[in-house]
Design a binder for this molecule. Sequence first.
Ligand SMILES: Cc1ncc(COP(=O)(O)O)c(C=O)c1O
Length: 433
Amino acid sequence: MADDLLARHRAVLPSWMALYYEQPIEIASGAGVRVKDGDGNSYLDFFAGILTNMLGYGVPEINDAVAKQLASGVVHSSTLYLIRHQVELAERIAELSGIPDAKVFFTCSGTEANEAALLLATQFRRSNQVLALRNSYHGRSYAAMGITGNRGWSASSLTPVNVSYVHNGYRYRSPFGQLPDEQFNAAIADDLRDIIATTTSGDVACMIAEPIQGVGGFATPPDGFFGALEEVLDEYEIPFISDEVQTGWGRTGEHFWGYQSHGITPDILTFAKGLGNGLAIGGVVARGDLMDSLSANSISTFGGNPVSVSTAAALATLDYVRDHDLQANALKIGNQLMTGLRPLASEDSIVGDVRGKGLMIGVELVRPGGKTPNAAAAGAILEETRRRGLLIGKGGLHGNVLRIAPPLTLSEEDADEGLAILTESIAAVEGTE
Ligand SMILES: Cc1ncc(COP(=O)(O)O)c(C=O)c1O
């Protein structure tokens, strides 16, 4: 059956929409942090639909919120009318964002959220110049691709914005990587000043960055990194956009937002993925003056449709995160996973680097004895973990980084089970190198 579905998939869906595994699987059902495929095999899910099923599967509170909305008969009304859940959710997110006088605009995806953020900043500053980080990923529209610093995800060079790429905080492969944290941050801030002086006309619209680069392999800068960059941005009054599509809602454990590790408050923040626990919702939060700076109308039709249903799910998801203190759980279980994985990295191993925060952990695979990216090992480990009943992700510029990002509800026992499978799978592939 799975093979038949695969053939049908290949016949009518784009070749560039990659599937995991030599024999791709269909996720047919799920409960808690586990899913079953179409053949009835069970898996512990450490990738959660790319960090999107933030609470896991079949969560009664979310199902009830959605059912209640459906029972009202209104799935969509459009933003031409008042939407109670939209207002309530905007109030909650505006307050949580930490941005003063914040306003919120809802979208259906992270891409659209970043498009909206770029529109606000470029209009507000009357400039089309944008600073982005190397190894970044911000989405699949022309503007979002234009600020994506990863060739594997940039299918076109067409872009409405004029981008200068800044060094990122990816210590393991950075030319400044040997420096201690503070000097590392200062070196990249100096370089940023040079980039602004040499590649822009000074009146830059904004800088956009992911606090931890998601698709880029969970590349995690030292704390304070964006604080050092912001000092330079402030010299030019350049607004900072924090793309929290992967890092938001407490996933990093230490904080609710990724930006909070850096002693800054962004001017604009974008979000998506986990908020609806699988229902499509994204958005942008901005200072009121920035948000209200557009001089023409702008709506998102489905920013109204899933909003009536997804805002119900999103409110229930935020309640769940707060009521179960999932940020604290992300910190605790993240530390447990990190403690188990970190010792695997060594000079003569295929594990070159283990990094991340909370439940966002990257394991970078290399050829033993150096830093040559080992994408084959990442592919082989994905197969090994799958055989043993664990789903994980991969990413990084070279496709050589394992990405571990389970639901925030993961228990200690489930973490131990996943850790054992990961360790065995890495050892199995190491043995064949
Ligand atoms: C950091 C980041 N920004 C933006 C996006 C784009 O979100 P979407 O796929 O919902 O358009 C992604 C998606 O992976 C992401 O990881």
